[in-house]
Ligand binder design. Structure first.
Ligand code: AKG
Ligand code: FE2
Length: 353
């Protein structure tokens, strides 16, 4: 489990502990401008009709190729469950600092725990081989959970939520395979170990002038490291919306990707881009102040924000080498094979102090 307080996060390293076009029954973009990010309904992703599954898969793959982002509706995780996840996440972040700090993120081998504000994005110098050696010598990964009495039901709920997100991710990866004209289960044996991270994020309320100063962002521009991220954003409430912005690959400008009820944002990350020989984009995104007119200007305070990200990894021991149909004459393989673990540990090592 991974908690982050940029953000404060808690990452549940729950490693086993842990279309039909736009006819969307349970979601609506209304007047929301999605800045070119396609909205895809997953309603037909499990259809008995191959043609329907393939059409859905193509829409997902088109989104990953063009913007690296899609809003996915009918994704199989109920709104009630998502709301409960936000509520329980909030309960965790209400805990006194020392209870959270007792769960502090320790090292990239485990990649879970509480990350207090300011700790992220600072390089350190741990040795990669040493990390791999230590990891191999630790048979069972240490689990980090708050005391049951501090947040009753938190652990059981998050474990179940993790499982639900894993299952949605499997459906997305089936669509990826099918959208590349591969067998739907082509990736199955590389994505079934549940080596993912569930990350709960809490962006504290902040004085608006601080967040509007140049260079100040709630989360600086970055790409994600793994295959895909499932991102749930705090829905608009109390005159406050989102703050997530996604870079337009053509103009390079950042544009808002506001929450749309009933959808989850799915974005392609670096390892899937690499796996696909850069057919899929891993797009820069960041979190900034929400649109100013929506803030309580009287008090000059930007309210807190929550988000929940499910970072999906292939199995840690899986070899990631260029997928079929992603290379060919005139399009050579760009990257050497790498295991998920080598790749992810290296990236995380560069991220945290
Ligand atoms: O909080 C958000 O909406 C985005 C967070 C994010 O991009 C990340 O944690 O990688
Ligand atoms: Fe991200």
């Amino acid at each position: 489990m991974f908690f982050c307080a940029r953000v404060t996060t808690f990452r549940a390293f729950a490693r086993r502990l842990s279309v039909a076009s736009r006819s969307l029954a349970t979601m609506s973009a209304g007047n929301v401008d999605t800045s070119g990010i396609p909205i895809v309904s997953f309603a037909n992703s499990g259809s008995l009709l191959f043609a329907q599954r393939r059409e859905t898969a193509r829409q997902v793959v088109d989104g990953f190729k063009s913007t690296g982002f899609v809003y996915l509706g009918n994704h199989g995780i109920s709104e009630k469950v998502v709301q409960e996840a936000f509520k329980r996440s909030d309960e965790f972040f209400q805990l006194p600092f020392d209870k959270k700090q007792a769960l502090a993120w320790e090292d990239p081998r485990f990649n879970r725990g509480y990350v207090q504000q300011g700790r992220e994005r600072v390089a350190n110098s741990q040795d990669e081989k040493e990390i791999a050696r230590l990891r191999a010598s630790v048979p069972d990964y240490k689990n980090m959970w708050p005391h049951e009495s501090d947040v009753p039901g938190f652990r059981a709920f998050m474990l179940e939520f993790f499982q639900t997100c894993h299952e949605s991710h499997v459906r997305v990866m089936r669509a990826v395979a099918l959208g590349l004209d591969l067998q739907e289960n082509f990736l199955q044996d590389k994505i079934n170990a549940q080596d993912h991270n569930l990350r709960l994020m809490h962006y504290p309320a902040i004085k608006s002038d601080l967040l509007h100063n140049d260079g100040q962002a709630r989360a600086g521009a970055h790409t994600d490291y793994w295959t895909v991220t499932l991102l749930f954003q705090d829905p608009a409430r109390d005159g406050f919306v989102g703050g997530l912005q996604v870079q337009n690959p053509t103009t390079k400008e950042f544009a808002p990707a506001p929450p749309i009820p009933g959808t989850v944002i799915i974005n392609t990350a670096d390892l899937l881009a690499r796996w696909s020989n850069d057919l899929f984009r891993s797009t820069l995104h960041r979190v900034v102040a929400p649109p100013f007119k929506l803030i309580n200007e009287g008090e000059g305070i930007i309210p807190k924000r929550q988000s929940i990200a499910f970072f999906c990894n292939p199995n840690f021991n899986a070899e990631i080498s260029c997928l079929p149909h992603c290379f060919g004459p005139g399009n050579p393989m760009k990257y050497d094979p790498v295991t998920t673990e080598e790749y992810i540990v290296r990236r995380l090592r560069e991220t945290y102090l």
